[in-house]
Design a protein around this ligand. Structure first.
Ligand code: BGC
Length: 722
């Protein structure tokens, strides 16, 4: 269909039919989905009639080629003008082949692998009939109490923006219309959902506009610049107004300033939530505020459906607002080729061949290897095949390693740690015991664990959070592992044997009670379908850990938020004139996190030397090159993430102590060394001034190169002279 034809189609639609396009309902409302009739709970009281369903524009949470084809066929028969449904779903870190959770993917610092994971997720989901994925989720996070930190790539705006682009490329490819193996990307949650007060989900967000623009917005913007077709609004308030009713956010910033002309969708129920938020008296006011603010599609509530018509008839909402929203939705359908081929990529055969294919599983294993982070290792890893190991803990034999948002992934398909280890060494070398449940322990369990451990040379503890302890509505105020698991670790410690902890969890934890008892800690996150195999590769040294943290691990929950790109304050610790007491510090714990941004160990050692900068003056036309030589001085091949940070020493507003401005992941053989060069341009030095102008300042800058944000080489410096 041409754009003229789309406009003509829009003109043919009645007001009811147009409003129908703005409604998104879950699969059970639709015939042919195989889920129809399961309308329970709040869904049952939505007052949805057959008449409404036939005009509905999109469906969420549906998948399976047979089911999506069935739903589309049934819908096309009922919809007067034959407008196909858009099928949307949360394809967050895989469809059936589940990759590590996004926070783990971030820790790989591997943009190509991240792109590949999204491409594979799209290939599987598109074969199952999905058109739009509610991803990437790119909210910047600084508070590990928030359960949804596992859905994002972490605390740094630069890194998050790079990953946002990689995910969009992987999902959408280059030609959405003709490449039926891709999906349209919906970047979320706009905006600043990651900054909820106290880390409590859905909670208030209030920050200066400068802070918002400087740290929280760049990743959404990057995703849109890469071509993401949709934006999802956040649940939280931004400066007193819930995102779903926030005109400044959507009309002024997103549409006018950034020029976004794709579809904006509310999050689940977020339009109606304007009522409990306290900015709408009733559904009618919620509908008016959301449409005026720029929400095109209302997900899973019916404020638009029940009230927009009257609002238009009374002249309170201009019909052109509705027309514009509908046209954007029709254009998206057109971009996906749905008018020509409403079933698009849905294909029972392709689905069967694609889903969980050997190639996809290989990629999932590879990414799980790359995203695990070795946090501690005192000469115990890698394990030796001849060692007898006691594998103990609630994750020893547990398929709950896919992580939240793997709704189509099945635990049954996940390779558990015990099975992964058995694929590597003879089963007689592994004694397994559960030790405790996730949150409880019995004396019998402890006795069994101690018996198993007594027989072994090394204890491998498989600990963590069950997946429902993080993810949406998974906020926690205590960031330690559950007491039962700490008790298990403490008991086993008494045996005096080498201990390794492998952690399965969705957030940075306060690792006290574990890291201080064991000789090695491998943070495996939720590693996905091939998790057990990937962890076995790492534990036995067939692969070398190369993940680096993209979110700080707090020393204690009382430090939160704790992040590397913080300010110096007027009274920094350790300054020459610092007093003993009157400095910015805690009396009882260090200021620094336990493990900082960028941190992670390897089985080999890397040495940095010969850092240099091409000039001590940068101008607009003369960028600088920062070079450093990195050598693998150990006995194993390994990947290192070489990181570049900059500090603007005197800004117009306070500037962070360090900001990531570049990174490279390089593979070095034993004895090999390589020169790594980073280009530093004036553009990378720009920031938001007090008047919100995005510009750089002349003056002095410090440059740091190193293996993480803390252990950098002595600083280099230059002057910007525009
Ligand atoms: C989540 C979104 C998700 C949506 C649809 C909401 O509860 O916040 O991230 O895309 O549900 O499943």
């Amino acid at each position: 269909m041409t754009d003229e034809q789309l406009i003509a189609l829009l003109k043919e639609l009645s007001l009811e039919e147009k409003i129908g396009q703005l409604l998104q309902l879950a699969a059970p409302f639709f015939a042919g989905t195989g889920t129809e009739g399961q309308i329970t709970g709040p869904m049952a009281s939505m007052g949805i009639t057959e008449d409404i369903i036939k005009n509905t524009g999109s469906i969420l949470g549906l998948s399976g080629a047979k089911e999506t084809i069935g739903a589309q066929q049934a819908h096309l028969k009922k919809n007067r003008l034959g407008i196909p449904l858009l099928v949307m779903a949360d394809i967050i870190h895989g469809y059936k082949t589940i990759f590590p959770v996004p926070l783990a993917i971030g820790c790989s610092w591997d943009l190509e692998a991240a792109e590949k994971s999204a491409e594979i997720a799209a290939a599987e989901a598109s074969a199952a009939g999905v058109h739009v994925s509610f991803s990437p989720m790119v909210d910047l996070v600084r508070d590990p109490r928030w359960g949804r930190v596992m859905e994002t790539t972490g605390e740094d705006p630069y890194l998050n923006a790079e990953f946002a682009k990689a995910f969009v490329r992987g999902l959408q490819g280059k030609d959405l219309k003709n490449d039926l193996t891709r999906l349209a990307a919906c970047v979320k949650h706009f905006a600043a959902y990651g900054a909820g007060e106290g880390g409590r989900d859905y909670n208030t967000v209030d920050m200066s506009e400068r802070q918002l623009r400087e740290y929280f917005l760049p990743a959404y913007k990057a995703a849109l610049e890469e071509g993401a077709e949709l934006v999802m609004t956040a649940f939280n308030t931004v400066d007193g107004i819930p995102a779903a009713g926030n005109k400044r956010l959507m009309r002024d910033l997103l549409r006018k300033e950034w020029g976004f002309d794709g579809v904006v969708i509310s999050d689940w129920g977020a339009v109606k939530e304007l009522i409990p938020h306290g900015v709408a008296a009733d559904e009618e006011e919620a509908a008016r505020k959301a449409i005026m603010a720029g929400v095109d599609i209302e997900m899973m509530t019916t404020c638009y459906e029940n009230h927009l018509k009257q609002l238009v008839e009374r002249g309170e909402v201009d019909e052109t607002l509705i027309d514009e929203a509908v046209l954007r939705i029709l254009r998206l359908k057109q971009k996906l080729g749905l008018f020509e081929n409403p079933y698009r990529g849905a294909d029972v055969d392709r689905e069967r061949e694609n889903v969980l294919s050997a190639e996809h599983r290989r990629a999932a294993r590879e990414l799980a290897v790359k995203s695990s982070v070795l946090l501690k290792n005192e000469a115990v890893l890698p394990l030796k095949p001849e060692q007898k190991i006691a594998l103990i803990g609630p994750f020893a034999q547990n398929g709950d390693i896919l992580g939240p948002w793997s709704w189509m992934g099945s635990k049954v398909d996940a390779v558990q740690l015990y099975d992964g280890l058995k694929a590597k060494v003879d089963a007689s070398r592994i004694i397994v015991a559960q030790g405790c449940d996730i949150e409880s322990v019995t004396d019998d369990q402890l006795d069994e664990a101690v018996r198993a451990a007594r027989e072994a040379d090394v204890i491998v503890l498989a600990l963590g959070e069950s997946s429902d302890m993080s993810g949406e509505a998974g906020s926690r105020a205590n960031l330690r592992l559950p007491q039962a698991q700490l008790e298990l670790a403490a008991q086993l410690k008494c045996l005096g044997k080498p201990m390794v902890a492998v952690l399965f969890n969705g957030r940075p934890l306060d690792l006290h009670g574990v890291y201080d008892l064991v000789d090695a800690v491998l943070e495996a996150w939720y590693p996905g379908t091939e998790g057990g195999l990937a962890i076995a590769d790492l534990l036995y040294g067939d692969r070398n850990p190369s993940g680096r943290l993209t979110m700080s691990f707090p020393f204690a929950v009382g430090q939160v938020p704790v992040y590397y790109n913080n300010f110096n304050t007027g009274r920094p610790q350790g300054a020459p004139e610092a007093q003993v007491r009157y400095v910015s510090q805690y009396l009882d714990i260090p200021n620094e996190p336990l493990y900082s941004f960028g941190y992670g160990l390897s089985y080999t050692t890397f040495e940095y030397s010969g850092e240099s900068i091409s000039s001590d003056i940068m101008t607009l036309t003369q960028p600088l090159t920062v070079t450093v030589k990195v050598a693998n001085t150990g006995k194993t091949a390994g990947e290192e993430v070489v990181q570049l940070y900059v500090r603007d020493l005197a800004g117009e507003v306070v500037r962070p102590l360090k900001e990531l401005k570049g990174f490279r992941k390089i593979l070095l053989q034993p004895g090999e060394s390589r020169e790594v060069a980073f280009m530093l341009t004036e553009e990378l030095l720009r920031y938001h001034h007090s008047d919100l102008a995005f510009a750089s300042d002349d003056g002095e800058f410090a440059v740091f190169v190193g293996p993480n944000s803390r252990d950098v080489l002595p600083e280099l410096s230059f002057k910007l002279n525009k």
